[in-house]
Structures are given as C-alpha cells and as structure tokens.
Design a protein around this ligand. Structure first.
Ligand code: THU
Length: 149
C-alpha cells in the first residue's frame, strides 16, 4: 500500500531539484514518484550542451522506475521547479508537468490501470495543486489505441 504522505512526496521532489543539471535554462526541476509499495523514486532535469536533448525530471524518474521493473506501480507524482539562484531552485509558484511528460505519465497510468495523482509544488512553499492525470491530459492517446480495430 502507499504510505508516503503528499508532503513527504513533495519534499522528495524538492530535494531532487538539488540534483538538477540545468546550466542552460537555469531552471531546476525535481520529480518524485510514489510506487504502490510505498517506495519513492526521484528524478531531476538533465540538460545538455545540445539543448534539444534535455530530459525532464518526470521523464528521468519514470525511466528510473522502469529500470527496476516498476513502471506499472506508479501511483502518484510530485513535481517541483523554479529558477536556480546561488545553486538552489527558488520560488513559490507550482510547476505543472509539460505536455510530453503528461504523455509519458499516461503510459504508466494505463499500464497500472488507474489514474495517477499529480502534486504540483514550488521549492519554497506556496500553494500546492493536486490533479489527476486525466484532468491534465484529457482525451489522451494511449496503449489501448494501438490495439483498436
Ligand atoms: N522541465 C522539466 O524537467 N519538467 C517539466 O515538466 C517542464 C520543464 C525542465 C526542462 C528544462 O531543463 C527546464 O525545465 C526548462 O524548461
């Protein structure tokens, strides 16, 4: 069962911003996945001198879950991001997953067979937003579409 509180998940995402490699945008993002067994898996954005190769924090976290065979066990995600100042992500405005990350979350959600809860937060407090993936990505394309006649 899931046993991490949203606050613990958000804190894990805040901590993950500290590992962001974001020298080009100056915007650090951390993501934390809550798995069905209560495990938390984190990721941070990974930029590259070839700018278009950037990996988002959510994508990095989802890949890490998949690396241990647990993509279908993702239940919730927390996302935190903000401009980096003096080496630390700052700000009080919640960050919501980009479109590509919403699509990547849909794959995990459909594999799991239920909606994923998405917590959006800021590095330094402020309001936290709680969504379900289906509200962030309505009428999405997923694995079932490939199986249709
Ligand atoms: N970024 C993420 O990591 N996740 C998102 O959902 C939105 C954007 C990163 C990509 C890039 O390194 C930086 O934020 C600025 O776009």
């Amino acid at each position: 069962m899931t046993n991490a509180t949203p606050l613990a998940l958000i804190q894990a995402a805040r901590d993950a911003t500290g590992f962001a490699h974001a020298p080009y945008s100056g915007f650090g993002v951390g993501a934390a996945l809550l798995l069905a067994d209560g495990q938390i898996i984190t990721g941070s954005n990974l930029e590259n001198a070839s700018y278009g190769m950037t990996l988002c924090a959510e994508a990095a976290a989802l890949a890490a879950a998949n690396n241990i065979g647990k993509l279908a066990e993702v239940r919730e995600i927390a996302v935190v991001g903000g401009r980096i100042s003096a080496g630390i992500a700052r700000g009080t405005a919640p960050v919501r997953p980009c479109g590509r990350c919403r699509q990547m979350l849909k794959e995990a959600s459909d594999l799991a067979g239920h909606d994923i809860v998405v917590h959006c937060a800021a590095p330094e407090g402020g309001a936290t937003e709680r969504y379900t993936l289906s509200t962030l990505l309505p009428y999405g394309f997923g694995p079932a579409d490939l199986a249709r006649d």
